[in-house]
Design a protein around this ligand. Structure first.
Ligand SMILES: Cc1cc2nc3c(=O)[nH]c(=O)nc-3n(C[C@H](O)[C@H](O)[C@H](O)COP(=O)(O)OP(=O)(O)OC[C@H]3O[C@@H](n4cnc5c(N)ncnc54)[C@H](O)[C@@H]3O)c2cc1C
Length: 421
């Protein structure tokens, strides 16, 4: 009788077990958290009001972040590289605790980077990601452009086209992109377009528009309710010619995918949906940062503001509001960390846990900031205090990266196994 199991062959070697989920942060994660918090508190908070009023991209602050190594290729590689997946949400929560408009100006490039990492070849990743960030002395940003006037929640309705010109080995892009964060002021634009209209969203692909490409122009800049320091604009593509190798993933892979779809076989997913799915817990963490800012501020206020001869927190209605805020923020953080860990370690998302985390955190942020205004009373309603800004900033988390309703569509499909509408 054999006493030891035979060695597995190469094909049988089991995949390594995922890193265990833990709420205990490592020393390195704690250090990163404190470092980012220091920047958020010392640089972003004091600048937040001014940039909200100016409604301009805060280049000076992003440059400061780059100078200390908080913005740039190396920083993002370090945050993305954490094998537990928790560094990225931790960094985002701290930055957005500092300010959401400036936070988005620092992290907005990450959406284009995620698309390049998710869909690009090794060569494309090496060539373009450094160009998305530039250097500490010459900071650059990037934009991810999927949305269009007729294609918001319904990504499949995109009308922007990409046609291949065999004679020149170039792609020619035409169309209008809307709502692009960093759109028009970015060094690198990642744009989704349809290469075969008949195939709906399965005929989409993503392209890099190199810096200074003719035919890629900023359209109208959007004047927004919140995150006003973040730049949002339309992007017009007018006979915009880009080299053949700017198709993410390469032409051979695209042709194979289209052939599979035309034969009625399953495709591996839609270009833009892949990107959104991978980034949802990170976006949830941003909302958490705003929620925590509002909770901490209103807790302190309630302990010091006196009416009827006692602090207002001595009224159960206010104390319970704060207790609810604390509970909801912690619950949302658990969902965000779970989804971030699942995404990084490759645990299958069976119940749309990424969408759950984003929807929950976004709604918690809106509720928490609304309650914070109420706790501050008249002061909460003025621009002299930050809570009205946080309330305006929080609302976007129920809209972009998939609205709260769309998250529920995704979740209800996942839990039911049915193609619900
Ligand atoms: C500040 C800001 C920054 C943005 N940045 C980017 C970016 O960088 N890149 C990018 O590509 N896009 C970006 N967007 C676009 C964003 O992703 C879209 O606004 C979002 O997807 C919603 O699309 P929509 O605005 O067209 O709303 P619509 O899709 O028209 O939705 C309107 C309403 O109808 C509801 N609805 C729609 N369909 C359904 C359904 N099937 N079931 C239930 N309810 C439904 C929605 O939930 C919503 O309440 C940004 C938007 C904003 C405001």
């Amino acid at each position: 009788m054999a006493t030891t199991a035979p060695e597995p062959t190469a094909e049988e070697t089991p995949a390594p077990a995922p890193v265990k989920f833990s709420l205990e942060l490592s020393d390195e994660q704690k250090e990163v958290k404190d470092w980012v918090h220091g920047f958020a508190e010392g640089v972003m908070r004091p600048a937040a009001h001014e940039w909200d009023e100016r409604e301009e991209f805060p280049w000076e602050i992003v440059q400061e972040a780059a100078k200390i190594g908080l913005y740039g290729f190396d920083a993002m590689a370090q945050f993305f590289g954490d094998e537990t997946g928790l560094s990225l949400p931790i960094v985002n929560e701290e930055l957005f605790w500092g300010d959401a408009g400036i936070g988005m100006s620092i992290m907005g490039t990450g959406l284009a980077v995620a698309a390049i990492v998710g869909q690009g070849t090794g060569e494309q990743i090496g060539e373009w990601i450094p160009q998305c960030y530039g250097t500490a002395d010459d900071v650059k940003i990037a934009a991810f452009c999927a949305s269009e006037p007729e294609a918001g929640s319904d990504v499949s309705a995109q009308r922007t086209t990409a046609k291949y010109d065999e004679a020149t080995n170039e792609w020619v892009l035409n169309g209008q992109k809307s709502w692009a964060t960093n759109g028009g002021i970015a060094n690198v634009h990642v744009v989704t377009a349809t290469v075969d209209k008949e195939l709906g969203s399965r005929g989409h692909a993503a392209f890099i528009i190199p810096p200074g490409t003719k035919g890629c122009e900023q359209g109208a800049k959007v004047k927004k309710h919140g995150i006003r320091a973040s730049h949002t604009a339309d992007v017009h593509l007018d006979d915009c010619r880009i080299p053949g190798d700017c198709l993410l993933g390469g032409k051979e892979k695209l042709d194979e995918r289209l052939a599979r779809v035309r034969e009625g076989k399953k495709s591996k997913g839609q270009a833009s949906m892949q990107t959104f799915e991978a980034t949802r817990p990170t976006v949830g963490a941003q909302a958490l940062g705003i929620a925590r800012a509002a909770y901490e501020y209103s807790l302190e206020y309630a302990k010091t503001r006196e009416q009827f001869g006692r602090p207002i927190i001595d009224n159960q209605s206010i104390a319970f509001d704060l207790a609810d805020m604390a509970m909801e923020i912690d619950a949302a953080r658990l969902l965000v960390w779970r989804a971030a860990w699942m995404g990084r370690t490759g645990v299958e998302f069976k119940r749309a846990e990424g969408s759950m985390s984003k929807a929950k955190a976004g709604e918690v942020a809106v509720k928490a900031t609304e309650r914070a205004i109420q706790i501050l009373g008249g002061n909460g309603y003025t621009r002299e205090y930050p809570v009205e800004r946080w309330h305006r900033d929080a609302k976007i988390y129920m809209i972009f990266e998939g609205t709260s309703e769309i998250q529920r569509v995704v979740i209800s499909r996942a839990i039911s196994g049915m193609r619900l509408r």
